[in-house]
Design a protein around this ligand. Structure first.
Ligand code: PLP
Length: 362
């Protein structure tokens, strides 16, 4: 059997055009060719981050930068907002980095709300906060604007935001929101191969990082800034990724940012409609559904249809599509369908047709 098209929430399907760019001939990373390449994509990266700060390229998956944010910015205590597998893990990683950490925990499928965050920040214990915008394990999006609005009241708290699975699928205005770190991996909505992360830091974050001991070298924010000023990276980057990113930025700005965001919102709605048509209910709390993936309840919530998820996956896979069978403690009692990246009405239509055919077997 040939390639099975990815509709899991990362990595997602990578286009032939992107793959061609990815395998461009190598150049030296300290040469003018690389500097020109990075300098050329920098303004469009800044536009995508809605920032005047420099955007950095990290040759690591997103977790590298997530861990880096803790090591560069947490001196006192970090508040980890936890609402699913990825955000829960961040608390664990903070402790493994030797940081004092506290948990703001809500039920999986619920979003993080500003009032809950504020109650914690008001204790004055914290100098950093980790939030996952789009909790990929539960398909739940937390209301970013209301959380970021707290920054004005707590300016000394570093607001660290993981937008790994929402970045470029919905507008996130870094400067206007007053965030301190915004990071994303390349294998989610950017639809590049895995292995690179993109991120930016506020001036305050860079100032604070410079005062931190033991922040290491590979993920030192100060090194990223110093190098980015010269259109370089601290160490040898995955140059193929940078070519692929250049190609993807061409696609993104040809489509237009607003059109791209609207496309993601529309396709996520179509997946929710597909689920409803087959009698399923959704896993996330009503009104907080992700725009890049859909987490369908399969018994995790009262009411709604329940099917044999591995069987559904197999029936769909036999038709050439891979969907996800649920993550962590909700594996099997949910399943997930991604619409992020390059998907269109036509390509999602092919997936729904395969899913429809599979559902006839239940
Ligand atoms: C995928 C994902 C991660 C982890 O990314 P890696 O590339 O595996 O490091 C982190 N956070 C969120 C929200 C994700 O979706």
């Amino acid at each position: 059997m040939g390639h099975v098209k990815l509709h899991i929430p990362g990595p997602v399907e990578v286009s032939e055009k992107t793959l061609r760019a990815f395998r461009s001939p190598m150049i030296g990373h300290r040469g003018q060719g690389f500097k020109d390449l990075y300098a050329k994509i920098q303004p469009r990266l800044q536009a995508l981050f809605y920032t005047r700060q420099l955007v950095y390229l990290s040759t690591s998956s997103a977790w590298g930068v997530m861990e880096a944010a803790l090591r560069n910015l947490v001196a006192k205590k970090v508040l980890c907002c936890m609402c699913g597998a990825f955000s829960d893990k961040w608390f664990d990683v903070a402790q493994r980095c030797g940081k004092a950490a506290d948990a703001l925990k809500v039920e999986w499928g619920s979003p993080i709300r500003a009032a809950q965050v504020e109650a914690k920040l008001a204790t004055g214990q914290f100098d950093a906060l980790t939030v996952i915008h789009n909790e990929t394990s539960t398909g739940t999006m937390s209301p970013l604007a209301e959380i970021a609005a707290l920054k004005a009241k707590y300016p000394d708290v570093m607001f660290i935001l993981d937008s790994v699975s929402s970045f470029s699928g919905i507008k996130i205005e870094f400067d206007r929101l007053g965030l301190d770190v915004l990071l994303a991996g390349t294998q989610k909505a950017l639809a590049l191969p895995p292995g690179m992360a993109v991120f930016t830091c506020s001036p305050a974050a860079l100032t604070k990082a410079a005062t931190m001991k033991d922040r290491g070298y590979y993920f030192d924010f100060v090194e990223f800034q110093k190098n980015a000023e010269q259109s370089m990276t601290p160490s040898t980057p995955s140059i193929g990724h940078v070519y692929a990113l250049e190609s993807k930025l061409d696609d993104i700005f040809a489509e237009g940012l607003d059109a791209r965001y609207a496309r993601h919102a529309r396709l996520a709605q179509r997946t929710r409609d597909w689920a409803a048509r087959h009698g399923f209910v959704l896993f996330p709390e009503n009104g907080f559904e992700s725009v890049t993936l859909t987490c369908v309840s399969n018994g995790a919530r009262p009411g709604g249809r329940v099917v044999d998820v591995p069987k559904l996956q197999k029936l769909v896979k036999d038709q050439g599509f891979l969907i996800d069978g649920g993550y962590g403690k909700i594996k099997g009692t949910t399943f997930r369908i991604s619409n992020m990246g390059d998907e269109t009405e036509a390509t999602m239509g092919q997936l729904y047709a395969a899913l429809d055919a599979a559902m006839k077997q239940f």
